[in-house]
Write a protein that binds this ligand. Sequence first.
Ligand code: SF4
Length: 499
Amino acid sequence: MMDSISLINIEETHKRACERIVQLFSDEMKVNFIAENENHHEVAISFTEVTVIDDVCFVTGVMINDQGEAISSIETKLRLEANPIKKVKKQVKNLCLLKLMESYTGIIQPWGILTGIRPTKLYHSMRREGLSVDNISQQLSERYSVQKEKIELLANIATRQLAVVPDLDHIKNEVSIYIGIPFCPTMCAYCTFPAYAINGKNGSVEEFLTGLHYEMEVTGTWLKERNIKVTTIYYGGGTPTSITAREMDALYEKMYQVFPMADVRELTVEAGRPDTISPEKIEVLKKWNVDRISVNPQSFTNETLKAIGRHHSVEETIDKYKLSMEMGMTNINMDLIIGLPGEGVEELSHTLQVTSELKPASLTVHTLSYKRASQMTKYKEKYKVADRDEIHEMMKLAEDWMNKHSYAPYYLYRQKNILGNLENVGYAMDNHESIYNIMIMEELQTIIGLGCGASSKWVDPRTGDIDRYANPKDPQTYIDRYKDYTHKKVEMLSQLFPQ
Ligand code: SF4
């Protein structure tokens, strides 16, 4: 694969989009933007002017080698329909660029030119516009070059989401709540969540919890005053079960005291790391009617867990999963990651084999992504991961396995720098889908973030406009400033939901 490419005569406002498309093929590829007559020492791409004839935009892209000779060319066309001409002109060039790159590299992009946009959100917005399933498929294929299997996946997910949340299109006047507990027993190598070693020096747990109780109280009072319903509550982090059973008990007691709990459809606590789960903590979860927990294996190979710094064993995951089930917490999600260092088809097959013996209610299949601040990205050469073809094979293996074992996909999201330019997919057995996951992915209602690193997502019920507000990641900053953050958020909420 080449390591740089030149794009000729690209408008300033279009450069970022072109760069994103090229980097789908290799995130390390450098993109040079040059003028028509400038020399280039690598492959270059040039476009003709976009012409419009009878409601159709045409463009031809030419690939030129370092000797200045044309080596391939592709014509692309796109109907204007009701879309603004400027937008379609850019889109047709993007498609042309994608097709040239696909033919040059031999790599077909499953998601086409969809970057920086949530595929299911796009699907739902087309559905809401009144397009039929066939029309949506056609649009996704023609306008974005999304491959057939991904279009089918989107259609299945959209249908499932509507079955789980029939009022999906009208849920904007309710809110969900995310509560971030920023502590973990130890840090995993691929992690960029707000996670601090529970016995470390980043502020005391007790002081953090005092701040959190305060935030919950002020926010809960505001919600009750405005009569705003809460759809779901989700405890994440970090690992929310890394605090003690007594601290958990006090936290959930507070939640029931201060939040309007009557209409809450789902309460989730991410237990995440098996090494934090104990019988006392499970009792607390049950006492406060927690519906759903996660016990996350990531992989069922001990060497992998060691390599990524999980500090717990496969056996411990299995034991804690069985313990939770025996004690009555039966709605358990498990997270798996495709493409962990040293893992290929063989290791994934083994992980799926163990999973089939456990039969968790839901499974989230992540594809490893290189997050900028993680240890794994900083020391990339230390971690050997499977190549693109094997990652695709692993994804296919996981999909087939889910199908065979009665798990259906119900939410999906993509991340930057994700291996193989793939996606993360949540699967669940019937009636075990997480409503919170649907809410957060589809951005249909406001999510109020409380606690460390919790990001609030404001979805304006009148316009659908989205804004964000983040609490600090670092516990000490949170401890010092939680009152300011709380009141700022209530102020912002009051503008979103005026009386
Ligand atoms: S358990 Fe989760 S939140 Fe904690 S360090 Fe590992 S990946 Fe990060």
